[in-house]
Design a protein around this ligand. Structure first.
Ligand code: TRP
Length: 353
């Protein structure tokens, strides 16, 4: 039997390159090897959108389309919607009984995000508790593997703790999942900040038009030690170079990229392109403007087939809705099984056998 993947996205807008690098590339690559479920985590998105829940309708569709456009095949991978799976909410409540507030406050992901949003003492219960609901997302599918960006690793660690606690309190019916972090695990924002995040405004969306992308790349932060064109650069301190690494033909991501091999230069020519960029930056020969133009070209070549597919799916909104409705139905067959196992393990299945 195939092992199972569950991963998800918070629908807070269109997906960006950070999502692609952190998780989408891996899920596309592995969708045939594992039984794959992709959860559109709209309840989790409410943690930051509760004042405007009406926005989620569009966001949910955007995230579905982005996943499909990146090459997720609905025949292989099941895409489903979190709020339409009540079993996840049920498990969240059970897990919340034995998860301490202190352990949530200590979670490095929660700490970093709460700081980013400036929550302080007024942090909402739902936001603080999202690792508990994410544990429910993952365990309700009895998933083995969870492709996530590096920033989510502490949340996964908390899921594993919750599973161990549940299994020792009751019966060992839950699976302890593993995180799968891609080798190119994190893409910094265009401003060089640690994380690409819509709320910071430092993202390149998969759907960005070529001109918009080029403008964003031309405004990117570079090595702060390289001021004039002839200055020797420090590629390892340069956000632009880190993108060059992530999206070069030599990148670990390469296999997952749709259209990448076709669109890029033949291997013999492209081999060493990255090395060339690195060396000419180090020696001072390559200026930042030229390097950025080169990067914009690379990214536009990479995104071009994704944009094309996106346009197609946008025209077929009904089909996309159908994929989500059918996917959610299929998902609930699994999540209902899990809730049954959980209620039996907890001996709260009062009126059965
Ligand atoms: N918290 C994840 C993120 O912000 C999204 C997410 C929700 C998720 N549920 C999940 C990821 C379950 C993996 C598994 O990127």
């Amino acid at each position: 039997m195939k092992k199972r993947i569950l991963t998800g996205d918070r629908p807070t807008g269109k997906l960006h390159l950070g999502h692609y690098v952190g998780s989408v590339a891996n899920r596309v690559k592995l969708q045939h090897k594992y039984e794959t479920f992709i959860l559109i985590a709209d309840v989790q998105a409410l943690t930051t959108n509760f004042e405007h829940p009406e926005n989620l309708t569009q966001y949910v569709r955007d995230v579905a389309i982005d996943n499909l456009a990146c090459g997720l095949d609905p025949e292989a991978a099941t895409i489903c919607v979190q709020s339409m799976i009540p079993e996840i909410a049920e498990l969240t409540v059970y897990f919340s009984m034995f998860t301490s507030v202190a352990s949530l406050k200590r979670n490095p992901t929660i700490k970093a995000e709460a700081k980013q949003y400036g929550y302080g003492e007024n942090i909402m219960y739902g936001f603080l508790g999202y690792p508990v609901s994410q544990a429910a997302d993952i365990t309700s599918f009895r998933a083995n593997l969870v492709p996530v960006g590096e920033d989510q690793v502490p949340v996964l660690e908390q899921t594993r703790e919750i599973v161990r606690k549940f299994n020792s309190l009751y019966e060992p019916v839950l699976i302890e999942p593993k995180a799968l972090v891609s080798k190119v695990s994190r893409l910094v924002g265009t401003d060089g900040a640690a994380k690409m995040s819509k709320s910071i405004g430092n993202v390149i969306e998969l759907a960005d038009l070529p001109e918009v992308l080029e403008q964003k790349v031309m405004k990117m932060f570079t090595d702060p030690g390289k001021i004039y064109k002839g200055d020797k650069g420090h590629p390892d301190k340069c956000p632009v170079y880190s993108y060059q690494v992530a999206f070069s033909t030599e990148s670990e991501l390469d296999q997952g990229m749709i259209g990448r091999r076709l669109e890029s230069l033949p291997d013999s020519e492209s081999g060493g392109e990255l090395k060339q960029i690195r060396e000419s930056c180090l020696s001072g020969k390559l200026g930042c403007v030229e390097c950025k133009k080169n990067l914009a070209g690379t990214l536009n070549r990479f995104l071009s087939p994704i944009r094309e597919r996106r346009k197609d799916f946008e025209k077929k909104q009904k089909d996309v809705d159908e994929i989500l409705i059918e996917g959610t139905k299929k998902a609930r067959i699994e999540t209902k099984k899990t809730v049954q196992l959980v209620r039996n393990a907890m001996k709260i299945e009062y009126f059965r056998g």
